[in-house]
Ligand binder design. Structure first.
Ligand code: G3P
Length: 218
């Protein structure tokens, strides 16, 4: 299972990367705005800064919602760095754009996915990654992890190569449940990744080991 971090915060990206477990980064316009990265030039530079930290796929989202605009923007983004993945919304022109980039060998991430039907369309268009937003489904009383399991079944039935990237992950149990049902990738905040470290018995055990060592090595 690949671990991506879902942020545009360079310090958090560095911290996750330094742990040695980071496979990539996802961003979106809201995450960029949260870091105060505003204006096309700054946004493009920020993507390059992220690519210079992490040796893995970095999703960069188009703002255009028409086919021609998405192609133009996506080509500019892809030219920034070899690790850029063009992130495209799940809309009709987006599916067309995914087919275009797939035929050109440019990686894509189909975003804002909330149903199995949408997942089928993105896979048929040749998306590299598919991003179902599990936390936002949970927010509206629909089980997000169940959707990941349903898409896993469908993709396996037909050997679709599109990777299921569980997005809008909010906490550690999302990560564990996504691993159980076979998501290829999860993307979440640094807190969800670091949360996997925690167990009180680890802390108690380590404290005792160190105390016993200190007693014997005065
Ligand atoms: O990866 C998608 C993500 O950025 C959305 O997360 O927490 O805003 O639903 P959230």
């Amino acid at each position: 299972m690949k671990f991506f971090i879902d942020t545009a915060n360079l310090d958090e990206i560095r911290e996750a990367n330094d742990m040695g477990i980071l496979d990539g980064v996802t961003t979106n316009p809201s995450l960029m705005a949260k870091e105060g990265i505003i204006g096309a030039d700054r946004i493009l530079k920020h993507y390059v800064d992220i690519c210079n930290i992490v040796d893995g796929d970095v999703s960069a989202e188009v703002i255009a919602t028409d086919y021609a605009g998405m192609i133009k923007e996506g080509e500019n983004l892809a030219a920034l760095h070899k690790n850029i993945v063009v992130k495209i919304p799940m809309i009709k022109d987006g599916i067309k754009a995914i087919r275009y980039f797939s035929d050109k060998g440019i990686k894509t991430n189909c975003t804002l996915v909330f149903s199995a039907g949408q997942a089928l369309l993105a896979a048929k268009a040749g998306a590299t990654y598919l991003s179902p937003f599990i936390g936002r489904l949970d927010d509206v009383s629909q089980n997000g992890v169940d959707l990941i399991a349903q898409i896993r079944l469908i993709y396996d039935n037909y050997m679709f190569e599109t990777q299921i990237l569980a997005a809008s992950v909010r906490h550690t149990m999302h990560i564990i449940q996504c691993a159980e049902v076979g998501a290829d990738v999860m993307t979440g905040p640094l807190s969800s990744i670091k949360g996997l470290l925690n167990h009180p018995l680890t802390d108690i055990g380590l404290e005792k080991f160190l105390a016993d060592y200190a007693k014997g090595n005065k």
